[in-house]
Design a protein. Structure first.
Length: 342
């Protein structure tokens, strides 16, 4: 996952002036779990000064009663004016007939509401809320995901979208999409982590009694069931490497551990991730290094050793290439100058 303009430390700089406004857009057929998790996770967050960094507002294309997919209705007081004021808009799924998931288009009320979204706002979807982003043209040319059961349909309806059914969420900078309901937890924690660092996100996860990361902290990839003929061939290879980030891996040993040839491993990585094995491994090492810099007092040399870069010089080079900052500067941004160690 790469850091896009407007993400990471730069986004956090203005968070101290006022809370970041999150608008959660609901439609008929909304799933209560999705709505609740947005309020619980963003609402529980507290920055290092003990302040609530987010305000969360539920809104609908028109205020008033909104039926859920359960046996009750919710009353939504805010209309599309909340979208105009939001810094982040989270679009939830719907199972109701006539909604975008069924028609592939924005209905008149939803289209009018969507026109109120503030230019530059960060956009996110949970589950089939991705259909709304796709119908609005936001996902054209972007990688995105949705619930695995809807991925093929989303790809068919919106061929300009690069649909990836094998991930929990996709972060392309200021547009993010996630898989089914529970993946909304992964997405919200990722946003909190991106905005305010691992310590804040971990506290939120602990309070909600959920893991801060899934798959051992690597939330990006999940293998399909082994019985599926369409499962990603490199899933086990990726898991194998993630367990050995601190080791000096060779491509030959990596391939041999998966009973593959080096050529097959390289080809399948390119097909399934769009990256070479080394590009993918480097990205994982950088992601792990960022987590350690944010959440531990380990020296830069120790962090470099634990993630497999070997030396602080190598870690500095890779981090600067991807983020434009040194490890010490990155740590100071997220934890304050007192946390910086050489």
């Amino acid at each position: 996952m790469s850091v896009q303009p407007g993400s990471g430390p730069a986004r956090r700089a203005d968070a101290v002036s006022r809370p970041h406004r999150v608008a959660v857009l609901v439609r008929p057929g909304v799933m209560p779990l999705e709505l609740g998790l947005c309020h619980q996770l963003f609402g529980r967050a507290r920055d290092t000064a003990g302040r609530a960094p987010y305000t969360v507002t539920t809104c609908a294309p028109a205020p008033g009663p909104v039926p859920t997919d359960a046996d009750f209705t919710i009353h939504v007081a805010a209309g599309p004016e909340a979208l105009a004021a939001a810094d982040t808009v989270v679009v939830l799924a719907s199972h109701a007939p006539g909604e975008t998931e069924m028609t592939g288009t924005l209905g008149p009320d939803l289209a009018a509401a969507w026109d109120r979204v503030r230019p530059g706002a960060r956009l996110a979807s949970i589950c089939t809320g991705a259909y709304v982003l796709a119908a609005a043209g936001v996902l054209d040319g972007r990688r995105a995901t949705t619930h695995w059961n809807s991925a093929a349909d989303l790809a068919r309806r919106f061929p300009a979208v690069q649909v990836d059914p094998d991930v929990l969420f996709v972060d392309t900078g200021d547009v993010l999409t996630s898989a089914g309901e529970a993946a909304g937890i992964d997405l919200c924690l990722h946003l909190i982590r991106r905005d305010h660092g691992a310590a804040v996100a971990n506290d939120v996860a602990r309070a909600a009694v959920v893991p801060p990361y899934r798959e051992g902290g690597q939330a990006q990839y999940i293998p399909r069931p082994a019985a599926s003929p369409h499962g990603p061939v490199t899933a086990s290879a990726r898991a194998w490497a993630l367990d050995r980030l601190d080791q000096d891996l060779s491509l030959a040993s990596w391939a041999a551990a998966q009973a593959m040839s080096v050529r097959t491993l390289t080809r399948r990585f390119a097909q399934e991730t769009g990256l070479s094995p080394w590009q993918w491994l480097t990205a994982q090492r950088v992601a792990r290094a960022r987590e350690l810099l944010e959440s531990t007092d380990l020296s830069v040399d120790r962090v470099a050793a634990q993630v497999g870069f070997g030396t602080a010089v190598s870690l500095r080079t890779h981090l600067h290439e991807r983020l434009g900052v040194t490890p010490s500067a990155y740590r100071a941004t997220f934890r304050g100058p007192a946390a910086v160690t050489s």
